[in-house]
Design a protein around this ligand. Sequence first.
Ligand SMILES: Nc1ncnc2c1ncn2[C@@H]1O[C@H](COP(=O)(O)OP(=O)(O)OP(=O)(O)O)[C@@H](O)[C@H]1O
Ligand SMILES: [Mg+2]
Length: 1078
Amino acid sequence: MAKSDVKTSLLDNMIGVGDSVLLEPLTEDTFLENLKKRFDHSEIYTYIGSVVISVNPYRPLSIYTPTKVEEYRNRNFYELSPHIYALADEAYRSLRDQDKDQCILITGESGAGKTEASKLVMSYIAAVCGKGAEVNQVKEQLLQSNPVLEAFGNAKTVRNDNSSRFGKYMDIEFDFKGDPLGGVISNYLLEKSRVVKQPRGERNFHIFYQLLSGGSEDLLRQLKLEKGFNHYNYLGLDSAEVNGIDDAANFRTVKNAMQIVGFMDDELESVLEVVAAVLKLGNIDFKPESRVNGVDESRIKDKNELKEICELLGQDQAVLERAFSFRTVEAKQEKVSTTLNVAQAYYARDALAKNLYNRLFTWLVNRINESIKAQTKVRKKVMGVLDIYGFEIFENNSFEQFIINYCNEKLQQIFIELTLKEEQEEYIKEGIEWTHIEYFNNTIICELIENNINGILAMLDEECLRPGTVTDETFLEKLNQVCAVHERFESRMSKSSRFLNDTTLPHNCFRIQHYAGKVMYHVEGFVDKNNDLLYRDLSQAMWKTNHVLVKSLFPEGNPAKMSLKRPPTAGSQFRASVATLMKNLLTKNPNYIRCIKPNDQKAPHIFTEGLVRHQISYLGLMENVRVRRAGYAFKQLYEPCLERYKMLCSQTWPHWRQGARDGVEVLLTELQIPSEEYSYGRSKIFIRNPRTLFELEDQRKRRLEDLATLIQKIYRGWKCRTNFLLMKKSQIIISAWSKRHFQRKKYLRLKMVTLRIQSYIRGWKARKLLRELKHQKRCEQSATTIAAYWRGTQVRREYRKFFRANAGRKIYEFTIQRIMQKYFVDLKNKMPSMSPTEKTWPARPYLFLDSTHTELKRIFHLWRCKKYRDQFTDQKRATFEEKLEASELFKDKKALYTNSVQQPFQGDYLEISKNPKYQKLNGAVEEKILLADVVNKINRANGKGAPRIFLLTKSNFIIADQKSGQIKSTIPVMDITSISVSKQTDGLFAIHLKEGSTAAAKGDFLFTSDRLIEIITKLYRTIFLKTNQKIAVEINNEFLVQFNQDKVCVKFIQGTQKNGNLPACKRKNNRLLEVTVP
Ligand SMILES: Nc1ncnc2c1ncn2[C@@H]1O[C@H](COP(=O)(O)OP(=O)(O)OP(=O)(O)O)[C@@H](O)[C@H]1O
Ligand SMILES: [Mg+2]
């Protein structure tokens, strides 16, 4: 499918023949006819193999749209109908994919469409290469450099309204991916003479017209310019306006482009100032002025223009004025200043204008280069685009045309070298059968111009450097001498006088038979233009300016850097730069675009056969076709060829062990390519038809896809397998580890259990053993003990006769006896006193005597008390018995008791029997008086006390008056029922009487006495003796007494001490008698 596409698309709907190689029959006429036919059908492009022929349509065509770009993108060269895009795509892909630096050589005469073609190539590449913000900016800058350079370097000529007046070679740099990185522009010899003078029907450089038409009023005022081209001498008037060129619009485009490229506002301003100054320089006029000594001098007519120029350039007016009037020549360190006449002044003016403009142009190129420079140092791929001024023949051809045509001659030479000569030579070298094709080799013309010894440029240089008077005529003379014999050189005055009769050749001219035709050059101005001299006074004046840009344009004006050495001539400079260019081009893979101009009218649809035929002839297109037809479309060394296509054949893939040539042979045979399609050279394979190559390429592409799939498949398989193996390995490791872990755990458990069982068994065994051993030992011990006893028995039995049988007991008893003896003796010596109150007792000497010792102490004490008691009389005993009774009654019950302990119970304190006072009383009492004392009897009614004698006998107690001894009451003790006292220290006591008894008629008695304890004790004892009954002694702080019929409560309360221990009684009411006790 693709194959048929390839084959048919170029041929399908084809007008004429797309590729001239296919022309049948091949003659110049058929070739021309084919071009014309295609041209008439708007097919301006035709191939000769890989060379593109482009016929200028002189009208816009709709074949440069983005759709077209996409159509041609990544397509093989012959796949679609011929187009400049196909060539651009081929070159770009070859650069990107095969890493081959490319150059695109665009040739053709002036107006043939070279510049347009170069722009189409650039825009196509910009459209198809990488994208992105940075890349887009680079692209934009590269593309926008074109309008800037065209404005300053292009002009309308009779041949072309937009003729390039400089040569341009641009290297576009790409990175490894094919994205543009930047570029470098080289410019070649600007036709600067155009600045001051233009041939009839031509214009100055576009920028002047653009500035005047498009500059705003403000800008023009600022630049001191006036609108209207007619104000300026340097602007040719006859064709200032050009149809189809909108200078004003172009001015805006240029300004915009300069901004995109990266020009600063102040730089743009400076550039326009220089342009304006150049324009105004043309308006400076000089008038002659004769001096006294007869030397010609000149004066500036109108100094206003000069003043404005100086203002624009930041120049001192006097300095510039002087530079226009004098010329300083330095010779042998002497400075000679000569005045300039009017002609010389004009010459100086024009030289300055030309130089200023030329240098400005070079500065612009450098400035653009600075902006578009690639920002990286990595290795770059390069695509060079060469758009140089085309071959031109004017009415009046001067130095510039000579140079331009020389350059074209060199390009033609390169074309011949690469396409015709080299190719044919290669066929012969490779041993391919080949019939030589005649072609014109222009080396001879190049030699005529550039030969170092007798070339025209060398002659011109020699003439310029020669001392003495040098004029264009002397140069022509020299040429006549040296070159006259050259077959391509013609001149009226040549030595051989061959052309003396040729009246078409004026005297001041020479003619060269260029590859593209004969061109007659006027020698006038050759020396001057070659010298390219600017008076030093002018360059120094320019350097003195304070206009930064202008100053930088004239570095040689700096006196510090002044050199007496002549700068290289324009001719030699150009020759050197062309040589470098050629060298550069030869390192790259060439792609040719050959432009053809269809008519001289610059009009569409006109195809002037004669004109085109001429171009076909001098461009060598017929030879080109013939070589292509006879030759092979493609050739390649065997090794790379095999390397590239070996995958298409099973025998050569993946390795071919034998020679590369054999490999290629096997390969082509297996692919069944017809043998007439290729030839085997010595080192290369030659493929006749490009289509065969494309077929190979297609197959290779498909195979590569298969291989990629295979690689992918194998890689994926490998990856999966590796992954699987890794997982398997990991799984084994993991399971091994986990098995190990579980086994280890199991083993440890087993070990532990075993150990435990083992230890139990061992323990059990050990215990058993221990038991046995213990038993054995006990047996041994028992045996030993028995034996010992037995032996002891035996020994005792044996030795009994030698000891008393109970010596031990005796000794023991004796010892005890001795100890007891000592104990008793010591005790006797340490005996305590006999007082029953004595508490001391000697310390116990032996522990075993403890109980004995205590017992002895008790016995001794009892004995001591008995002894003590034995001493008592009956009376004393009775006293002690009373004391004992008192203690039983009151101890720890009544507080008063403690005071009574020390007091002996005397009984009769009144000595009644002895005291005469109580004689009567004594006589009245029959019984023995047991107690006689004075007590206070408490009045029952008011509680007041009255002293009474209290007597106690065995049967009664008697109350008598203290003074008179008169008995007041006698109460039988049997009538007493109980006695009440308080718990406190008071001496109040109540004697309760039997109800109903005579004594109780008035009620119970209340007494107070200090000797309460003794009185009550004695009463108690007496009653016991009498009745054998123990009466109750109530000890309480509150008790009831019976007064007459009343039961009165006696209540003890705490009070202050008033009269010793005697309580103060107070009858409160019927029921209460309050006793205040201290
Ligand atoms: N492909 C094209 N399509 C339309 N017009 C074209 C084309 N090529 C050239 N032209 C027209 O031809 C004119 C001249 O073309 P161009 O400036 O490219 O010529 P040139 O070969 O560069 O000439 P010179 O050597 O003088 O610079 C252009 O201004 C344009 O009008
Ligand atoms: Mg051009």
